[in-house]
Design a protein around this ligand. Sequence first.
Ligand code: GLN
Length: 214
Amino acid sequence: MNASPTTAERARPVVGVLALQGDVREHLAALTRCGAEPVLVRRAAELAAVDGLVLPGGESTAISKLLVAFDLLEPLRARLRDGMPAFGSCAGMILLATEVLDTRPDARHLSGIDMTVRRNAFGRQVDSFETDLDFAGIDGGPMRAVFIRAPWVERAGAGVEVLARVPDGPSAGRIVAVRQGRVLATSFHPEVTGDLRVHAMFVDIVRAARAEVG
Ligand code: GLN
């Protein structure tokens, strides 16, 4: 590397991880390994300082309540409207939807992606499972995907790219990864497998967005 430390530091995008509940640490580790500078986000001032945000897996209705309690719901909606890159895994995908089926009536969502998501969609029989899937735009062979009481995307809007589907079994064809503009979501948990390819894709989105802003 011939970049000076200062240049290298500046090149590291600051990526927040929403740290109200869920598997925050796993995302922090994956982001660091992808060359980002990860920071915890619990308040609006912290949200205002990041180049992009990860919404972790966990429990979407709990995170929804905490977003309201921490006065983060409207600031987060506003940053998404303004084009902030975001990546949601599992509960994070649910939070990014425009519409959620099978959730609590008081649960809030962020409308970061024009999609309808069904919560706990795979049902009790297979509430956790793993499979290998093809992920559009990501090279290097199939990706191991870990699903834990996962949602699926029941409707993807016209502007939404479908990046991965369940390859086989009773849920074959169900949509489990999507992207709309700078916002990415997966039903599964790339943060738990050590496969960094989805985080690397997201960090690239954040870098590109930052370059556009200047
Ligand atoms: N079922 C959880 C929810 O509704 C999501 C599970 C997960 O993030 N692993 O939020």
